[in-house]
Design a protein around this ligand. Sequence first.
Ligand code: ADP
Length: 590
Amino acid sequence: MKRKDNFSELMGYAGKHRFLTYASWVLSALSALLALVPFVYIWLIVREVIRVNPDFSQASGIVKNGWMAVLFALLSMLVYFAALMCSHLSAFRIAGNIRKRAMAHVAALPLGFTEEMGSGRVRRIVNESSTATETYLAHQLPDLAGAIATPIGMLALLFAFDWRLGLLCLLPSVAAFCIMAKMTGKSMAEKMRQYQGALEDMNNEAVEYVRGIPVVKTFGQTVFSFKRFKGSIDRYNTWVVAYTKQLMKPMLWFTTAINGAFALLVAAGLVVARGDVTPEFLLDLIFYIIFTPVISVTLNKVMYMSENGLIVDDAMRRIRSLLEIRPLPEPASPRLPKDNSVEFDEVRFRYRNASEDAVKGVSFRAEPGQTVAFVGPSGGGKTTAAGLISRFWDASGGAVKVGGENVRDIPKETLMRTVSYVFQDSKLLKASVRENVKLARPEATEREVLAALHDAQCDDIVAKLPRGIDTVIGAKGVYLSGGERQRIAIARALLKNAPIVVLDEATAFADPENEAAVQRAFERLSEGRTVIMIAHRLTTVRHADRIFVWQEGQIAESGTHEELLEQKGLYEKMWRDYQTSVSWKVGGES
Ligand code: ADP
């Protein structure tokens, strides 16, 4: 039933091309039947050889029968090719359509979603799940049609020759089917899900690990950064070994059953004949012995097919789970921001699967044009709060307001135009500098792009690139440091010219010049805009209009730099620690 649902769902993606899938089944079944015919001809040859023995010159039909066998074998192959051609045309289209639908859906989801899910996982779901359906539709289903046609043809032959031997032939097949049913039963479906889950985890950790390499290098971390990745490999390993061991015995019996059919035939044939082996009986026996390889080939196909059935079940479930994640709802009665202020009113937020709120009823206000800084220990909730402003997620309680209106009531497009978010680790596309910057406003003129790059202090970056602003970032030999990437991201934000900017300051800089340049670029970006900055360096925040110190999901202190120093609280302590570390650094270097 479930398989059928999957199938009709898949056919939904095929559109008008679904008839190709059905055509492939008919052709494949026909090919399977045609493939049986050569065996009859081979048997005819053997029969003739035995009959005319020892005077082989009497044999007249051998050559003709031999050619007929070849002809039918070729015909069967040709028809099978045609079947695969049809099935592939439709399968590729379906896989393509699944990918398109899934990607269009992912693009509509809030940014927090990819962050939370891990982009490795999203990639795997979209890519590999659609590939799994392709194998299923292009190979497995046509083979299934063939596998159904083969026993029917066999049954016909069974009556044409010797029904007792025919039945014997079917016996190992029945045994093999029972073993297979056990191997692919309900508990195995669950196992397959776990297997896919472990694989997905490993994949995701690998992607995240490779992403994290720059940070790992900067901070000289070693084995600990491996820990999560290694953990996922270990889990996969333990799982696969246990699974393989469990399947060892059934697989052994299965292989024996399908390949041992002829041994059974020889032994049982003699018993059936009860010592009275007539030439006719011998001939029939020979037919079935010639014929048994077809059984093992067919059953092997069915075997891998049912395994793939499980993979497809799982693939469809994953795709569905992705499609079921709803985009943030668009407002029913849209409202436009009145000014460039940002305000939190008793905002709460909890991540899915988390046991505690990451933001615990926070209120604050940034006036239009002000620069406010978020500082505080890691895990305090700064990034989460900043994400709520751009609606990476929706608050679980309270109201996040931009220009006096709840962000939920502002149309998505307007909110995107109003708020820019510059990430700490700015993701640039593998495209030229120009294209990367223009992404913010595709219709921008060359002058505007150059001006944005200039204001974002990118002149030196562009100057050193081999092809200037047409250099493709990420191409061979073109590597930009974190600070340089962030400057290009700032140029993008400048070009976008949104009145409110959320900035997540980069933590790792290649050198002091780079840091200073990013600093100047930040200042340019702040001019005339409302800025919410997540600051990791206290020097950057000294001149902020207001500083909010985050701790455990709440704002513990707030004020200007001077006010906070006077309060002698957390900020003052952080500032002292910071001063010490700076003087220590300077001392250490001299
Ligand atoms: P900060 O930016 O101040 O370092 P964050 O906003 O990143 O703090 O984190 C606040 C809290 O939310 C932390 O306890 C962190 O563990 C948790 N958190 C952050 N991101 C996620 C996530 N994607 N899923 C679950 N919990 C998260």
